[in-house]
Every structure is written in structure tokens, then in C-alpha cells.
Design a protein around this ligand. Structure first.
Ligand SMILES: Cc1ncc(COP(=O)(O)O)c(C=O)c1O
Length: 441
């Protein structure tokens, strides 16, 4: 098929979506958004034995794919009626998406955020021109406040995913993938999923252009498995499950906060239930790993929700045939600097690229300087020095204890470091200097 003339999926008639409309939306969105690159990932490709391409929506305007749906929704609203203001509720990317779209189309936006929303997210939406109002302790309460505001003022409320225009906007990602790959249909496409708008859009479009040649898989956090559970139940029920609405599930806090949705959208679920190959879940630890992996190996800053597809690959949740091609949608990059720092630091300790040596020295002036000079001589980089708190048994007044955090090349480097320190101890003993003691490592 020619790369620019897709067809509708068969039997799609009851859905108010069409591949042609997605292509038209893409043309209309072009001036407002970036066409993001499909980046090859040599490291992931080698690790998976398949060709892995990353659709880099983390570098999209306002930091996530959300602007696609929002600009599409607002431009369509503005075509139908005069719109001066819109409102929405969100603690994250939807807020920034609506704020950005509204400012591009000269519409005012009033965004309701829960008290728990981080200050950074609030400021980001304000910078994009939104009026931010803090209302409610959680998303549901701020959504109720936004709906009241919409009703009282006669202002349109913009839903984050349960809206056909939003789904159509997200589907333009599918169009860009098709445009880049043409007839080389990818074997698998992995899409992060919360409310389901992104997955429904990309899925619908790729089914239209590639049919069954491409498997489309949604990826969720196992702490918010609304779509995975809804799909399982609907499929268990067979034909009688065909019209089941999505389930509401209890969710738990996750680093993938962008996809922490209790109840997926009714509209996205209509598309997902019908065409998706599978919806799988990844755990918290694998999402952390994926964030670090993308940062270190691909130089991409990716938020938790944006990294779940890579987490699924690293955890081998998706079997890939050798020499097949997989596209992973990297849906957003809005991660807090503080969160990124905690994740990378924790990773350095877990992978033993940082190790802590507890060292005891005689409590005399100059001892710490001597220890540091030893590490310096051995070319071991000291990242941090701490004094452990006094817990339980009081220390001897003659000695002092330091926790010395050193940078290593990984687990196998640690015996070399210890060996070098041991040699140093022996040398000190031979010279008649009281050596340090390594208490723990
Ligand atoms: C970065 C990121 N990825 C994925 C999603 C999931 O999108 P949807 O709710 O359409 O499934 C979101 C939702 O806000 C998001 O912010």
C-alpha cells in the first residue's frame, strides 16, 4: 500500500474514527507540533535480537504526546463554535497539553489540579499560559471542580482520553510511524496505556494500514491495570463480554503516574477490546530500570509512563522473533529532576557501580585526610563521605568510623578495590603506622 493512502479497518463503521480523518488531523496539527523521530536503538536491538525503534514523543512539544489530542480537540471545537475558554482537570501531562493547545489557538485555559500536584507541574502549565486552580485532594475531586466550573460558566470541559477527537489526535503517531516505515510493517508496536486514548488511536490507525501484519500491545503499570483487567474479563466472557464497559480498579502510587488511571475510557475501550493483541503489565522495578536504560544508552530523558514499553522488552514480556522489528512509543519525558536523581542514584548502588566501605580509623587529627589520599593514590573516586549514626553499641572513644562511598566499574571491580586497600594496610603496618580497619562493605 502507498504510504499516504491508508484504508479503514473492516467493520469499523460504528466508530466515529477513520484513517482518512487521522491523515487530515495530522496535516492540520503539523504547524503546532513536532513530527518526532523514530530512533533506532542499537543497544536494545542487540539485547532483544530484533530491530528496536523508539518513537520519541518525550521530545514532543510540552514534553509528551498529549498535545496531539489536545490541539486536535480544540481546533475541532473552534471550527464548530466560538470558543473563548476551555477547562480540564489533571495533575500532569494533560494539563500541559491543554494549556499548550489553548495558547496556540488563542483560547484561555483554566486547569484544575489536585493539592498533591507537584509545584513543577503547576508552574509548567502556567508557563504555557494556563490559569491553574488547586481544587481537591486527588484527581477525582479536581475533575468534579472542573466539571462544576464548566457547567457554571458554559465552558467546554476537555477530557484526557474518553473523547473521539482526542483519540484521533493521538492516532497521528500511528500515521507518522506508517509514514516512516511505509510497507515495512513493524511486527510489534508497544504503546503505554492508562485511560487508553493513546493506545486506541495508534491501534486503530495501524490496524487500518497494516491489518494483522502488526501486533499492537498496550503496556500498563501493574499498579494501575485497568485496561488489562477489563480486557481479560471481556475476553473471558466471549461474545457476551462484547459490550462490557471498562472496569474500575484500585490503583497504587507508581513512578508511571501518567498512566495511573482507575477507570479507562469507555470510547478507547471500544477500540481496544476489538483490535488489540494484548495488554500487559510491568512492575515498578522494571520501570526504574527502563528509565535508567533509556537515559544511559539512548540519551533520552523519559518519565515512568513513557518507559513502560522498554520495561516490557527488558523484562522479556514480549517474545520477539529474530530479525523482526518492534516500535516502542516513548510517550513522555516530563520527569522531575529530583525523581530522576533518586532513580539514577538507587540504580548506581543496586548495580554496584557505587559501593559503601565502612572504615574505622584512630581518632586523631589528619586521619580522614590520610584515608582520602590513599583512595586518591589508588585512583578510586570517592563520591561521598558520611559518618554513620551511633545506634546500639556506643563506639570506642579511641576510634572514629566513616562510610566512604566509592565509584566502581561494577560488581567485579570491588574485589580489586578491596585487594588494593588490603595491600595499603599491610604497607602501613610494615611502616609502623596504625592502619585503618575495613568493618563492612
Ligand atoms: C507520558 C504518558 N504516557 C501515556 C499516557 C497514557 O495515555 P492514555 O490515558 O491515553 O492511555 C499518559 C497519559 O497522560 C502519559 O502522560
Amino acid at each position: 500500500m502507498d504510504a499516504d493512502t491508508p484504508q479503514n479497518p473492516r467493520d469499523a463503521d460504528p466508530l466515529p474514527l477513520s484513517a482518512e480523518a487521522v491523515v487530515a488531523a495530522h496535516a492540520a496539527l503539523k504547524e503546532h507540533l513536532f513530527e518526532t523521530p523514530l530512533l533506532p536503538s542499537p543497544d536494545l536491538s542487540e539485547a532483544c535480537g530484533a530491530s528496536i525503534l523508539l518513537k520519541a514523543e518525550n521530545i514532543q512539544r510540552a514534553g509528551s504526546f498529549k498535545v496531539r489530542g489536545s490541539v486536535n480537540k480544540l481546533r475541532k471545537l473552534a471550527e464548530r463554535e466560538r470558543v473563548e475558554e476551555v477547562t480540564a482537570a489533571s495533575a500532569g501531562n494533560h494539563a500541559q497539553g491543554v494549556a499548550y493547545a489553548a495558547s496556540r489557538l488563542n483560547i484561555r485555559s483554566t486547569i484544575f489540579m489536585p493539592e498533591e500536584a507537584p509545584l513543577a507541574k503547576r508552574r509548567a502549565s502556567e508557563r504555557l499560559g494556563a490559569q491553574v486552580r488547586i481544587a481537591g485532594r486527588n484527581y477525582d475531586e479536581s475533575r468534579a471542580a472542573a466539571l462544576d466550573y464548566a457547567r457554571d460558566r458554559g465552558v467546554p470541559f476537555i477530557d484526557g482520553f474518553d473523547d473521539w477527537d482526542i483519540i484521533e489526535g493521538q492516532a497521528t503517531i500511528g500515521h507518522e510511524i506508517f509514514h516512516d516505515l511505509g510497507d515495512r510493517a513493524p511486527d510489534v508496536v508497544l504503546v503505554p496505556a492508562g485511560g487508553g486514548g493513546l493506545l486506541a488511536g495508534v491501534l486503530f490507525y495501524l490496524r487500518a494500514v497494516y491489518g494483522e501484519r502488526t501486533r499492537v500491545i498496550g503496556v500498563q503499570s501493574d499498579r494501575a491495570p485497568g485496561l488489562a483487567e477489563s480486557l481479560r474479563l471481556a475476553r473471558e466472557r466471549g461474545a457476551s463480554g462484547e459490550h462490557l464497559p471498562p472496569l474500575e480498579v484500585a490503583t497504587r502510587p507508581t513512578i508511571a503516574d501518567g498512566i495511573r488511571i482507575g477507570r479507562p475510557g469507555v470510547r478507547p475501550f471500544q477500540v481496544i477490546r476489538r483490535w488489540v493483541d494484548d495488554v500487559i503489565c510491568v512492575d515498578e522495578e522494571s520501570i526504574y530500570e527502563a528509565i535508567v536504560y533509556l537515559y544511559e544508552r539512548s540519551r533520552l530523558v523519559v518519565e515512568g509512563a513513557g518507559a513502560v514499553g522498554v520495561a516490557a522488552l527488558l523484562e522479556r514480556h514480549v517474545p520477539l522473533v529474530p530479525d523482526s522489528t518492534a516500535v516502542v512509543v516513548i510517550s513522555g519525558g516530563n520527569i522531575d529532576v529530583g525523581a530522576m536523581q533518586k532513580i539514577t542514584t538507587s540504580h548506581l548502588y543496586k548495580s554496584r557501580r557505587r559501593a559503601v566501605l565502612r572504615i574505622r580509623v584512630r581518632d586523631l587529627p589528619g586521619q580522614l585526610a590520610r584515608i582520602v589520599s590513599i583512595f586518591d593514590r589508588l585512583r578510586i573516586n570517592v563520591a561521598e563521605i558520611m559518618q554513620p549514626p551511633i545506634l546500639g553499641r556506643p563506639p570506642s572513644p579511641e576510634y572514629t568510623v566513616f562510610d566512604i562511598c566509592v565509584e566502581t566499574e561494577g560488581e567485579t571491580h570491588i574485589p580489586d578495590i578491596l585487594h588494593a586497600l588490603e595491600e595499603e594496610r599491610t604497607r602501613m603496618e610494615e611502616e609502623g603506622v596504625e592502619p585503618f580497619q575495613i568493618l563492612e562493605r
